[in-house]
Design a protein. Sequence first.
Length: 122
Amino acid sequence: MLPILLAQAKKGAGGANAGDSFFGNSSFLIMMMVTFLLMYFLLMRPEQKKKKEAAELLANLKANDHVVTIGGICGVVTNLSPSFVTIRVDDKSGAKIRVLRSAISRVGTPEEAEKEESKESK
């Protein structure tokens, strides 16, 4: 692709086709627009959807939800604040940890997550 573009640039710099310059070529502009559209729909759009779903998940978080953190810690939500979540990680001793809200990766028990992943892989 690069040799073709360079050849077009040299061709446009000459005297015979001076009106058809490298940036004046409409096929080049169309290819650039198509490339940017593909990048948007294949890279940027899915990332925006994931961010929106993650924000929605954190907004709907409530007490007694089973959660899994990004680090793999499983527990039950006991207390919520705007930026922190307190999670009970051990029922016997009542051990609790406080994590950032953004550290919650999914709501549900690890067993439920495994079932979802196995369904998606089939």
